[in-house]
Structure formats: structure tokens, C-alpha cells
Design a protein around this ligand. Sequence first.
Ligand code: AMP
Ligand code: MG
Length: 297
Amino acid sequence: MGTRVYAQLWHEDAAKAEQLLQDVMTEMERINQLMSPHISQSELSLINQSAHNAPVKVGMELFSLLQTAQSFSDKTAGAFDVTYASLGYRFDYRKKIKPTEQQRQQATQLIDYRGLKLNSDQSTVQFAQSGMRIDVGGIAKGYAVDNCILLLQKAGVQHAIVTAGGDSRLIGDHRGRPWMLGIRHPRGDQHVISLPLESIAISTSGDYERYFEEDGVRYHHIIDPAKGRSAREVISTTILADRSIEADALSTSVFVLGVAKGLQLVNSLAGISAIIIDKRGKVHYSDDLSVPAMQKP
Ligand code: AMP
Ligand code: MG
């Protein structure tokens, strides 16, 4: 998945615990094989290779993930948009490669989730225009973490953490105490905020994960579909939710939306909390986490 995967769990049978850790890694890799844009035979790559020509039939799993992605596009007025990849694929952050200005402008016009046609009767995917591409990097890690958590819950595990990159989900507590999870300082290695958590999903999106700088501009992996460039208003967003898929999609979305629109969205959604660090380093909290709300009787 191009990211670090981590799991910790308790089980009274040590051999069973080992097996479950293995099962988590196997599930992560299965999803990677299905959805990676870097694997030419993945279902996602097959869509990118052919969906401009004709409808491409895909399995239920990727199809329903794309439906979920589209519902987040609707909820966020297009801030979350898997067709961002029409532009996003032209960046290679490790090699410091970016599109030319002409390429950037052309590709930006292709970003539009409404041009991603999902036919649920046929389970097919088609692009409205050639040149379009998709990437589920903003939601697939959360989806994978949820699957792994489900697998552990089915096996009777009552205390566990599963992490893929910035996405984590917890089963229960850390054996009598809460799990302590940190939000990294966006410009340093230390944690700026530590949160005591249990039985919850948490996802952080940051502009420090994949980026390069050139002429004082930071080119990073979260693209504002409306502007056709990296989102710049905030530098870190953390979302708390029951499920990882929601936390993941919303952390990417709120990163694009910025402080005012992002908090407005989060405050309108039941069971979702946000911690946003803006570009000046100021921390903003959703209403449910802010101090006045906590002081209410
Ligand atoms: P995350 O790792 O959750 O912060 O999401 C960042 C990843 O989401 C990027 O590496 C891209 O794969 C993808 N992405 C970037 N911009 C967008 C966007 N506007 N909508 C949906 N996915 C995006
Ligand atoms: Mg995310």
C-alpha cells in the first residue's frame, strides 16, 4: 500500500494471535492487489486503462467502494473526488516530478466525480471523458483497516489496534487503560496532541506525508479538485469516527475544505469529530471537542 501497516492484539492463545496478525497482513495485501494504481493488473488499473473506451466490469468490492467514494463526493461538494487522479498521477513526489502548466490545466478539467459513471445493474465503471483516471488512496486504507478489524472481532478479539499509514482503528481499550494515540507535529517528529481513545477509528491526513518543495512551494499528495493543485489552507486534519472508512475519507475531505467549511461539515455529521491544524499552526476543534461544549452539564 506504499505505507506502514501495523497491528497489535491480545489473544489468550499465542499461536492463534500469530495467525490473526498474519491474517491482517494478508487482508491488507489482498486489497493492495485489487486497488493499487501501481500494479498494472489490479482492477483499479484495468479501469484506468480502459474505462474511457467502454464500460469496465469490476467485482462487487471495488464497485461498492467507488459508490461509497461517490457518496463522499456528494457530501463534500466534490472536495473528495477519486478522479483527482486525472491530475494526481502526473506527480511523483519522491522523484520531484510535476506536470507542466499546460498539462496541469488540461488535467484539472478532467477532475469531476460526476464523470465517473457507475452502473450498478451491470457492475461497470465508465469515464465520461478520455484522459480521466481514478485513485482510491483517500479511502482504501480506511476500508482495509475496517476489514481487518472485522476479521479480528469475528475471532473474538477484544483489545486490538490496526494501523495503515495515518489510519487506525481500535477494538476496546489497551487492557484496562485507554490507547494513547498521537497527532504528529506537521513540521517535526514529536507529537503535538495525545488522545486517550478506545473502540474508535482515527485518521490523520497531512501535507508532510508525500511532498517535495520547489521555489518555496510545497507540492503534496492531497489535491484540491476545484483548484487543480495541492490544498494549502491547512497542514493536518484528524478525524474521529466509528469506522475507519469514514475517518479516512473525511480526513482527506476536510483537508481540502479547510477550517471553516471543514468544521461546518463535521459539525453537521453525527458521531464525527475533527482536529485541524491550520497553516499558521493554530489548532481548531469540532464543536463536540471544544472546551465550552465540554463544560456544559
Ligand atoms: P490520506 O492518506 O487519507 O490523507 O489521503 C491522501 C490520498 O488521497 C492521496 O495520497 C491520494 O491518493 C488521495 N487524494 C488526494 N486528493 C484527493 C481528493 N481531492 N479526493 C480524494 N482522494 C484524494
Ligand atoms: Mg484520508
